[in-house]
Design a protein around this ligand. Structure first.
Ligand SMILES: *[C@@H]1O[C@H](CO)[C@@H](O)[C@H](O)[C@H]1NC(C)=O
Ligand SMILES: *[C@@H]1O[C@H](CO)[C@@H](O)[C@H](O)[C@H]1NC(C)=O
Ligand SMILES: *[C@@H]1O[C@H](CO)[C@@H](O)[C@H](O)[C@H]1NC(C)=O
Length: 336
């Protein structure tokens, strides 16, 4: 297997070449076009709807009791809404009305020329994601709702609450991003988010190479190794791997987010959230989280003194799945 060092050298070499010779293409990139993913089919959740929005099409699902308490679940950087496979069912069974959707650029099956999860040629920054939440809620016709977000989704949820506090009843943040110091962003993340590399990934010929590199990266990820004997975690990491390999727009969205989303600069939004003490905030975080380190719960608590923090001893970044029994029941209690 390629060593990390070799991989980085290789990648940088290719970047130089691409920069010298390649044209730039800023078209909207479609989703996996020929065969839909067996891991994340369009009916992964019941009652899905294709939605055409100004920046690109997406899919959303509504499940549970239409007269129940509303809750929208915002996913993280790489899995699509599939990561809520367990929590969404429990919430729906308990009578909540649950809205799930895929952020732009995440896996979704091409529906014969009709609405597919496109990857718009925008910056994957705070405004794109926060706007997407507002547009989806407007389409669905919800004027207020509980909001749950994991990782990047937690950052998006916080940003959304700071701009639309009147629409947020309660807020649940699972290992939320946005407060890390840049030093804690992994080296590989900094390198792939370099503007030169971003430009490179806009070019079609590089995609097969990029997919292969990402497959290596994912196969080697700690999530895979630690929890390979949990079928549910296995299923969701297959969804992530599949989109890395088959969704041409995904790489744009993934790298674009690393480059342009304030993963370490969302302090101001958390501060604003701290001013809305009428919005109850519940934070769930594992102290063995290598992606968004647990130590930042102190910063969050300082900005949002009314946040209630639930500490998952030994939990990693994936407590949403790995500690799902405790997590599901705590979230249900908080939202009921
Ligand atoms: C895979 O993980 C091992 C140990 O964590 C590391 O030494 C190796 O460089 C990794 N390979 C890649 C391609 O990231
Ligand atoms: C199914 O989705 C439609 C359109 O999004 C929605 O109006 C309807 O209430 C949903 N049905 C159920 C049972 O959730
Ligand atoms: C919070 O509210 C106080 C009092 O209204 C105001 O002075 C302060 O600027 C607000 N902080 C933020 C971050 O909005």
């Amino acid at each position: 297997m390629l060593s990390t060092k070799k991989f980085i050298q290789w990648t940088l070499g290719v970047v130089m070449l691409a920069y010298a010779f390649g044209p730039t293409d800023r078209k909207t990139l479609g989703s996996h076009s020929d065969s839909p993913s067996e891991y994340y089919p369009p009916d992964f959740y019941p009652n899905g709807t294709d939605l055409v929005l100004p920046m690109g099409s997406i899919r959303y699902w509504l499940m549970g009791d239409p007269n129940g308490k509303k809750v929208v679940l915002i996913h993280g950087i790489s899995t699509g809404a599939a990561c809520y496979i367990s929590l969404s069912k429990i919430l729906a069974d308990k009578g909540h009305y649950v809205l799930l959707f895929d952020l732009w650029g995440r896996l979704f099956y091409l529906h014969k020329k009709k609405g597919y999860a496109e990857a718009p040629p925008h910056y994957y920054d705070e405004s794109l994601y926060t706007t997407q939440v507002a547009l989806v809620l407007q389409k669905v016709g919800w004027t207020s709702t509980d909001v749950v977000g994991v990782s990047l989704g937690g950052a998006i949820a916080t940003s959304f609450a700071s701009f639309y506090p009147e629409m947020v009843n309660k807020l649940v943040l699972i290992a939320p991003a946005g407060l890390m110091h840049r030093a804690d962003i992994p080296m590989s993340g900094k390198i792939v988010a370099h503007p030169l590399l971003m430009r490179l990934f806009e070019q079609g010929w590089i995609q097969p190479f990029a997919r292969k590199a990402f497959k290596l990266f994912i196969d080697n990820s700690s999530l895979r190794k630690e929890l390979a004997d949990d079928p549910l975690v296995d299923q969701i990491s297959s969804v992530a791997t599949h989109q890395f390999i088959h969704h041409p727009g995904f790489i744009r969205a993934f790298l674009g987010t690393l480059a342009d989303y304030p993963l370490s600069g969302l302090d101001e939004r958390y501060r604003i959230l701290g001013n809305y003490s009428n919005i109850p905030v519940f934070v769930l975080w594992g102290d063995n989280d290598k992606t968004v380190p647990y130590k930042y719960h102190h910063v969050l608590q300082k900005y949002v003194p009314h946040a209630q923090i639930s500490h998952y001893k030994g939990g990693g970044h994936d407590i949403l799945l790995s500690h799902r029994d405790r997590l599901n029941s705590e979230i249900c209690d908080f939202l009921s």
